[in-house]
Design a protein around this ligand. Structure first.
Ligand SMILES: Cc1cc2nc3c(=O)[nH]c(=O)nc-3n(C[C@H](O)[C@H](O)[C@H](O)COP(=O)(O)OP(=O)(O)OC[C@H]3O[C@@H](n4cnc5c(N)ncnc54)[C@H](O)[C@@H]3O)c2cc1C
Length: 453
């Protein structure tokens, strides 16, 4: 059991560390039954549990989390509540066309508004700031790219996108590196670990039973069980029989044989500074406090925390071989991120970095999320593939999964990416080679076109 459970959640991000000691829920022991079993206690699994109970109090829902709720990407991310679906609007257009692109955008606008509204209406303490989202171009190639994305956004009727020219950007930030901006006021930033743990409490208040330190080792589909409990789910110390099952394991789905070919984990890393002094804050501007991304392939993303630290991530991603789900740390990546901050804001030279961490995001071959059924009888559902844009999407996806499980017909259950065909990755070693090739292409494009120098 020690080998399976790592128990090191507090080392996995500043956000998780900042929560202090967490008293985990007891793990699953002995035999239990549930109408619906949820595997994975990140945003997706918790949101599914919450919405199931909201829609139908009588459903018996139990959730199994391998570590603590929020251990995965949900407790480690940048905390951007943002509208982006897939890698870029133009790639979404290429893969799915304009009409489906519009549908996806509507879902994401709804997702951002729904999450911000939920946090506000429930007084959730997660340092939420509705400070917007800014996508900036920092060189000529990025300007061209951003202009093209803005055209696609107009074609797909995106709501709420403002264009910020250089003048406006120079008023907002004390850097000469921001040349053109795409700004969305509806977006925001939050403390992801506070949000995921607050959501866990909400889910429990609604009556979902959550077991932590309960990794699912195996699950078995029972043949015509007389009692209707179609699944037998094994953890180190217990068995859960469930009528229906939800896989909310995102990048960790690589560990589950039925799902592992449909997505692959990619590791994105973050560095964080000490809190900026008032003088340092004054020296960089950034009074609007928007979360910022640039227009590279392998983007940089950065934001302020409540106590004015800068959290900065991206620039590269880590790829693993086979079922390896550990590649959070990369010194070269961390060092490049630090240097990038000084490139944007040279006035911060000398500031100390206090934390660095990383985590896995889930990538599908077409870089778009999927909500799907496993098997023909619709008793098992899953969702993954949000790439680095799952903070808003997961909350709305959990609502959609609940609607599917309860047989509801809504605008969300009719979305094109519900039940869509997902291209499988090839088996190893070809998966690794393909993933490396995609990353290599993006790195090269960034080096010769979209890089900052
Ligand atoms: C460093 C980083 C930065 C990011 N920044 C942003 C951002 O700023 N904005 C944004 O929108 N998105 C961002 N993302 C993406 C976002 O965090 C994810 O899309 C989202 O958290 C996915 O939530 P999830 O619940 O689907 O998956 P996870 O949070 O990964 O949850 C999966 C859970 O399943 C559990 N699990 C796995 N296997 C088992 C098993 N066998 N049995 C039981 N439990 C199991 C895991 O322990 C984990 O807790 C970022 C991701 C990372 C890693």
């Amino acid at each position: 059991m020690e080998k399976i459970i790592k128990g090191d959640y507090y080392k996995r991000s500043y956000w998780l560390e900042s929560l202090g000691k967490i008293e985990p829920n007891p793990s699953l022991k002995g035999e239990e039954k549930a109408d619906i079993a949820i595997i994975g206690g990140g945003f997706t699994g918790l949101s599914t549990g919450y919405h199931l109970k909201k829609y139908d109090k009588s459903v018996d829902v139990k959730l199994l989390e391998a570590e603590i709720c929020g251990y995965g990407a949900s407790g480690r991310n940048g905390g951007f509540n943002m509208t982006l679906f897939g890698l870029t609007p133009s790639l979404t257009k290429t893969f799915f066309g304009v009409e489906k692109g519009k549908e996806a955008r509507k879902f994401m606008e709804e997702a951002v508004d729904y999450l911000a509204g939920f946090i506000r209406e429930n007084n959730i303490d997660c340092d939420y700031e509705g400070s917007g989202y800014l996508l900036v171009a920092t060189n000529k190639s990025q300007i061209k790219r951003l202009e093209h994305e803005l055209e696609v956004a107009r074609e797909m009727e995106f709501d709420g996108v403002e264009v910020w020219d250089r003048n406006k950007l120079e008023k907002e930030f004390k850097t000469d590196k921001f040349l053109l901006g795409w700004f969305e006021a509806r977006c925001g930033i939050l403390h992801p670990a506070k949000w995921v743990r607050a959501l866990k409490e909400k889910v429990e208040e609604e009556g979902v039973k959550i077991y932590e330190y309960s990794p699912v080792l195996e699950f078995e589909k029972r043949k015509n069980p007389p009692d209707g409990y179609n699944f037998k789910i094994k953890t180190p110390d217990g068995i859960l029989y469930a009528k229906r099952i939800v896989f909310a394991t995102n990048a960790y789905s690589i560990l589950l044989s039925k799902l592992y070919r449909y997505q692959t984990p990619a590791f994105t890393r973050i560095v964080m500074t000490e809190p900026l002094t008032d003088e340092q804050m004054e020296s960089i501007g950034w009074k609007n406090r928007a979360g910022i991304e640039d227009a590279r392939d392998l983007i940089h993303y950065y934001r302020l925390t409540k106590d004015n630290r800068i959290v900065l991530g991206g620039r590269d991603v880590g790829i693993t071989y086979g079922r390896n789900i550990e590649k959070d740390l990369d010194e070269r990546n961390f060092e490049e991120l630090k240097q990038y901050l000084f490139w944007v804001f040279p006035q911060l030279k000398g500031i100390k970095f206090t934390h660095q961490w990383g985590g896995p995001v889930s990538i599908t071959l077409d870089m778009a999320p999927v909500i799907g059924y496993l098997g023909k009888d619709k008793n098992a559902v899953f969702a993954f593939g949000y790439i680095g844009h799952g903070v808003s999407a997961t909350f709305n996806t959990g609502r959609t999964l609940a609607e599917l499980l309860l047989g509801m017909d809504t605008d969300r259950t009719r979305l094109f990416f519900v039940g869509r065909k997902v291209f499988p990755f090839p088996p190893e070693p070809f998966r690794y080679v393909l993933s490396q090739a995609i990353r290599g292409y993006m790195r090269l494009e960034d080096k010769i076109r979209y890089g900052e120098s």
